[in-house]
Design a protein around this ligand. Structure first.
Ligand code: PLP
Length: 352
């Protein structure tokens, strides 16, 4: 068995940071009030308020899909349209859950390079059939930071989309399944990347970056907080032993573990990308800046790597496009080992 981590499929394949497990053990002591009324839940909400430099309401849920769909349903009426990029996770990868959580509402997609919503497309989208009672009404804009293809919206880009959204009277959601990866890449504050640019509600991802199964819905606009609490319960996401989800978040935030983990994941992706770029046979697709890299790779090379036991998504997108994802648990040795195998796979074909 290889001593290296050969899985580049997803950051979901990583385990849990030991600090998160320790925090869970700490919160395990004694009895605690259920359903989020415990000390750890209050502490985690306070920590997130500090992180975001704002008094926020926080709801812990077990998946990113639940975080997205609860967020969207709380700011979108049943006749509303959620505008997102075509590549959006809510469009492609949530099995219609946004519409399931909010029957009647629809996801409508917009274009833009590198999986980022084009402001001109948004300007069109926010006006699309407004007032026409036969059509879904633009209600919400949802953007993913970092995006599904590993690119990152700059602060200016988020604020520009935020201004178009707000000027049209719409609400804004951010899918932050990889929020930390974007944050460290931009080297900005969490407040700058969210509510200061108009984000009303954020899916604050943590599971891909060190927790076991804890995501936070961070509500900046408190007018939706009460409704959110009912929605969380109705969707079966109000954990009775919420303290353990909160504990994960405490371990995640304490001593900036989330920042360190994201830095590691991004650094390993950058290392992998620079190695891939040395090979004329391989071309990196788009502008990866976080921990996801899409690239075009000859089939013989992908096949050889898969046969050797490396794992990554392939044949899901256009021909010969594969996806490599690093995580906080990816080491430099793992990347070098993978790159050596890629170099070998490329030259093997040349030799035969
Ligand atoms: C951008 C993005 N948003 C949301 C999710 C949903 O997370 P989950 O699988 O926990 O529902 C994912 C998961 O891959 C994702 O990549």
């Amino acid at each position: 068995m290889s001593t290296y981590n050969t899985a580049f499929t997803s950051d979901n394949l990583a385990g849990v940071s030991p600090q998160v497990l320790e925090a869970m053990a700490r919160c395990n002591e004694g009895q605690a009030d259920p359903y989020g009324r415990d000390k750890c839940s209050r502490q985690a909400e306070k920590m997130l308020s500090d992180v975001f430099e704002k008094d926020v309401r926080v709801f812990f849920v077990s998946t990113g899909t639940a975080a997205n769909c609860l967020s969207l349903s709380s700011i979108t009426p049943p006749w509303g349209a959620v505008l997102c990029h075509h590549d959006g996770h809510i469009n492609h990868d949530e099995c219609g859950a946004p519409e399931f959580f909010n029957p009647g509402a629809r996801v409508l997609t917009l274009d833009g390079v590198d999986s980022k919503i084009d402001p001109e497309a948004l300007k069109w989208g926010v006006k699309h059939r407004v007032g026409d009672m036969h059509s879904s009404q633009p209600a919400t804009v949802s953007l993913t930071q970092a995006t599904e293809s590993g690119s990152i919206y700059t602060l200016d880009e988020i604020c520009r989309l935020g201004a178009i959204t707000k000027n049209s009277g719409l609400r804004m959601h951010m899918d932050g399944a990889r929020f930390a990866n974007a944050l460290v890449a931009l080297n900005c504050s969490p407040a700058d990347m969210t509510w200061k640019c108009g984000v009303d509600v954020l899916s604050f991802g943590a599971t891909k970056n060190g927790t076991m199964s804890a995501e936070a819905i961070v509500v900046f606009d408190k007018t939706i907080a009460q409704e959110m609490s009912f929605r969380v319960k109705r969707s079966g996401q109000l954990g009775s032993k919420m303290r353990f989800m909160a504990a994960q978040m405490l371990g995640y935030l304490e001593n900036d573990l989330w920042i360190q983990n994201a830095r590691q994941a991004n650094a390993m992706a950058a290392l992998l990308k620079s190695g891939l770029e040395k090979l004329p046979e391989i071309s990196v697709v788009g502008s990866p800046q976080a921990n996801i890299i899409f690239c075009k790779i000859p089939k013989y090379c992908a096949d050889r790597l898969l046969a050797q036991g490396f794992h990554f998504y392939h044949s899901k997108w256009e021909k010969d496009v594969v996806r490599f994802v690093t995580s906080f648990s990816t080491t430099e040795q793992d990347v070098q080992h993978f790159l050596s195998a890629i170099y070998e796979a490329v030259s093997y074909q040349k030799a035969v």
